[in-house]
Ligand binder design. Sequence first.
Ligand code: NAP
Length: 254
Amino acid sequence: MPCTALEGKVVWVSGATGALGAEICRQLAAAGASPVASSRSEDKLSALQTDIQPIGEISIIPVDIKQEATIRAVADEIVLRHGRIDALVNSTSISLFADFLDLDDEAWRDILDSKLMAYVRTCRAVIPHMIEQGGGSIINISGRSARQPLPTHLPGGCANAAVNLLTKGLADRYYNDNIRVNCVAPGPIESKRFSTIKSSHEKNESATGARPVLTRDIGQPLDIADAVLWLLSDRSKHLTGTVIPVDGGSTVCV
Ligand SMILES: NC(=O)c1ccc[n+]([C@@H]2O[C@H](COP(=O)([O-])OP(=O)(O)OC[C@H]3O[C@@H](n4cnc5c(N)ncnc54)[C@H](OP(=O)(O)O)[C@@H]3O)[C@@H](O)[C@H]2O)c1
């Protein structure tokens, strides 16, 4: 489905150098939107910009998502450069997977800080701008582990479950401000992150009783980007507060 409704839309993609964030930026640029890509690594952002520029517009802002003041500055900078922020896509995380007793407080804090708290910070930074401009759209990427725990990914799963709840809470809170907030929950997606989780999973499979990952469960970054673009477009205007699993039907609960 062509997303012509996205033409000219200013979309901040946080975690843009990851497998999913990069594909989301690529598809946004192809749809005529103006993605603003952020992550910590200036080198990776520049490479992404070089890759996408032949397809369409993209700008970059390096930022550490753990620094609240800098996050606010990014939102202000986007408004300064583009005049508005139509949408935010949250797609950050760190690849730290281990069995429960091998994860100390610091590891838990790091994982929650890079995902749940990162999403809280970016939402807090963009919502005042969206209220002022009369609306906006936020997409949070959570994950299948929010509802189907993976033994070596419990902190990430807890972050994902909280992100699902945050999505519904913010959708309700800002409904009257015309801000839609939705969530995409990927199953395993072919990516560097998935390769890392798969090996930690297999290493711990016999000890933790983890289920094996089936080949049919594995999706592509484009599957996630397609869902995100649809949620950002007016074609989904009656949806807010939803969590859409994009997992090849692999979640084993309703
Ligand atoms: N891939 C999968 O199979 C899968 C499945 C389910 C859910 N998900 C979720 O989908 C999202 C994207 O996954 P992915 O595979 O694209 O992950 P990824 O390749 O590991 O990318 C993570 C992104 O987060 C950024 N990031 C991490 N810490 C940061 C910090 N402190 N400040 C700024 N940026 C930071 C990274 O950039 P820098 O390192 O350059 O800062 C990178 O751009 C994540 O939330 C993940 O949990 C992925």
